[in-house]
Structures are given as structure tokens and as C-alpha cells.
Design a protein around this ligand. Structure first.
Ligand SMILES: C[S@@+](CC[C@H](N)C(=O)[O-])C[C@H]1O[C@@H](n2cnc3c(N)ncnc32)[C@H](O)[C@@H]1O
Length: 333
């Protein structure tokens, strides 16, 4: 990455106390102790400024941060998402319950200090859990989603949907994946683990049709909206487990020419991979943020007749241990 700073567009801060002062930051590794962070150089500076304001406002509105040991307080986490191209900003206030004293005045004061915030959501997470977001949400201001653009297409992003955290490098990642696929125009392509539909929508102009599958229902709704928003008519997105969906496709005798798969860190599973090898697409583009599970899955594909043709790591997470990796696998007739 040319300028490997300020790149993260999704910033999650946990709220707690240190020396009786409200702090926000990250959990210490393998623990729930919060390390206060005022500025993190790899994430959008806008989010650090917003968190500073929220800490100050909490003090003046006498709102408490959550105390995990005593199970008391109000604000557990704040999630900020920034559309780098559109400059739209989403703030998600994660609270322990639905009550939010002085909510309207708090929101007003936050927006006054940060007019760049385009939507504010209250997410309710009452469980004793490491998960940041709970199931219930109330939109307190704006539309409840933000937009961003990637490779000339516009995408709606909701609070719970996955969206790549480094948009600058994502354009390079998708560009390289599309180059590796070397589409001729008549392919039926599967976008497996499709998130909000970014990959499928961006490559749709180069192929006959796209079938996307994604487990998170909010992300699927976003992808359907995103296809419409970009006037893409040859891409369909379905909600479901990718493995089950693939098995179903195999049983129905459906054909696929290319599979682009981008599973979570845990990788894919045998149900998906064994159905894939039976459907037998000529090309598989496997994008992964975890080379360990990717290598495991690639071994399975090699065992079933695929060959690795090209591998290209992408610097998606500078200054961290993580790397994104694209692998092109092909199968001869
Ligand atoms: C690394 S993200 C990739 C999303 C998208 N391709 C992109 O580039 O933004 C992985 C996605 O897989 C979804 N997912 C996780 N488990 C799944 C499953 N079993 N079946 C389908 N989708 C799943 C997640 O919700 C997430 O949206």
C-alpha cells in the first residue's frame, strides 16, 4: 500500500473505565481489559475524533460506560464506519439495554460537533458476550446505512454487513481477481460468501450472469439493493449457507463456469468444496484473509483435480500480521 496509514474504514472501540475516567480502546490480547487508545494510526482519524467527543459528551450527560464485572452502565462499544469515497459516516452506539437517557440531546450535541455524521444507530446488546453487536437496532438519525464507491460502483452498507476494511487496497484486490479470471463474456459465475455483493456486481459487466450466496441476511438485503442501485440486471443474490446452497446446485445439475469464493477467516467447508468439485467449474478464484485455512481448502481442491495457476498476496492490512491472498485454480476439460 502506497500510504499505509488511516486505511481502516470500520473502527470498533470498547468503552470502560480507567482511574475512574471513561476510556475507549481495544481489549488486551486474550482478555477483556481495555487498553485506552486515543489515536490509532491505521484507522480513519475521523473515528478517533468522534470517540473523543463521545467520551466528553458521556461525561457531561452523566452517561456511564459499561462495567463488565458489575454488569452496570450504558455504553459498551461504539462502531464507526466511514465511506472513504463518499465521506458518509455511520456511528453505532452499542448499549446494554433499550433505555438511553437524554438520547435526543446527546445525538443533537454529537451531530453539532460532527456534522459529517450521516447516520446514528442504537444497537442493543444485553448479553454477556464477546460479540460487539446485538440483534436489536433503532435508527436514531439518518437512513441507517452509508454508501461508498468501489471500482466505479456504489454500495449501501449497513451496520452488520461485512465490507472490506481497506477500500484503497480492495480496488487492487478485486482488479487482480478479475484479471486472473480472464472472463470472455459468456460465463456463469458464482460469487460465494458475497457480503453486500461487491465482487459479483463489479464483475457483472464482464460475464453472462452472477449468482451470489451469503449467510448474513442484512448483507443479502444490501446486495439486492446494490444490484438495483447500480442497474445491474444479471446478478442474483441469495440468503443461505454457501455449503448448503452449493450442494443444492449440484443436486439440481446446475452449471458454473467460474467460482469466486471469499469465505470468512475460518475458510470454506467440505460440503461447499465437495459440491464445487462435482459441479466442476473451469476456474476457481479463491480470495482469503487467512492463508492457513486457504491452504487447507486448496489442498482439497488439488486432491480433486484442480491446479494452482497463480497466487497473489495483497497488502490489505499494513502494520498487522494479516494478509489477503488470491489464488487462481483451474481444471482442464
Ligand atoms: C470475507 S467476507 C467477504 C465478503 C465479500 N465477498 C467482500 O469482498 O466484501 C466473508 C462473508 O462470508 C459470509 N459468510 C460466513 N459464513 C458463511 C456461510 N457459511 N455461507 C455463506 N456466507 C457466509 C460473511 O457474512 C461475510 O459476509
Amino acid at each position: 500500500m502506497d500510504n499505509p496509514y488511516d486505511y481502516r474504514n470500520k473502527i470498533h472501540a470498547t468503552y470502560s473505565y480507567k482511574n475512574k475516567e471513561i476510556v475507549s480502546g481495544f481489549y488486551e490480547e486474550q482478555s477483556h481489559r481495555v487498553i485506552p487508545v486515543e489515536r490509532c494510526l491505521i484507522q480513519s482519524s475521523k473515528a478517533d475524533e468522534i470517540n473523543k467527543t463521545i467520551r466528553e459528551l458521556m461525561k457531561s450527560f452523566k452517561l456511564k460506560a459499561y462495567d463488565e464485572e458489575r454488569d452496570t452502565g450504558l455504553i459498551r462499544h461504539v462502531l464507526v464506519k466511514v465511506g472513504f469515497a463518499t465521506k458518509e459516516v455511520m456511528v453505532v452506539l452499542v448499549t446494554i439495554g433499550p433505555m438511553f437517557p437524554s438520547k435526543n440531546n446527546f445525538i443533537k450535541a454529537l451531530r453539532k460537533k460532527h456534522p459529517e455524521i450521516t447516520t446514528i444507530i442504537q444497537n442493543i446488546n444485553s448479553k454477556r458476550t464477546s460479540m460487539v453487536l446485538g440483534n436489536r437496532e433503532k435508527v436514531l438519525y439518518g437512513k441507517g446505512t452509508i454508501k461508498d464507491t468501489l471500482c466505479g460502483y456504489t454500495f449501501n452498507i449497513s451496520s452488520k454487513s461485512f465490507y472490506q476494511v481497506n477500500p484503497t487496497q480492495t480496488e487492487k484486490l478485486y482488479g487482480k481477481a478479475i484479471e486472473m479470471a480472464d472472463f470472455k463474456g459468456n460465463e456463469v459465475v458464482m460469487d460465494a460468501y458475497s457480503g453486500i455483493g461487491t465482487i459479483g456486481i463489479i464483475l457483472s459487466e464482464k460475464v453472462k450472469s452472477v449468482i451470489g450466496v451469503e449467510l448474513n441476511k442484512d448483507a443479502v438485503k444490501d446486495s439486492i439493493k446494490n444490484a438495483k442501485l447500480n442497474k445491474v440486471q444479471n446478478a442474483r443474490f441469495y440468503e443461505g449457507d454457501a455449503g448448503e446452497f452449493m450442494l443444492h446446485m449440484k443436486e439440481e445439475g446446475q452449471k458454473l463456469d467460474v467460482v469466486v469464493m471469499d469465505p470468512p477467516r475460518s475458510g470454506s467447508d467440505e460440503r461447499f468444496l465437495s459440491s464445487l468439485v462435482k459441479i466442476s467449474p473451469k476456474k476457481v478464484i479463491y480470495i482469503s484473509c487467512n492463508p492457513i485455512t486457504q491452504a487447507r481448502d486448496i489442498k482439497f481442491l488439488i486432491k480433486h483435480g484442480y491446479k494452482v495457476k497463480e497466487i497473489q498476496p495483497v497488502d490489505m492490512f499494513p502494520h498487522t500480521l494479516h494478509v489477503e491472498n488470491i489464488c487462481l485454480l483451474t481444471k482442464d476439460d
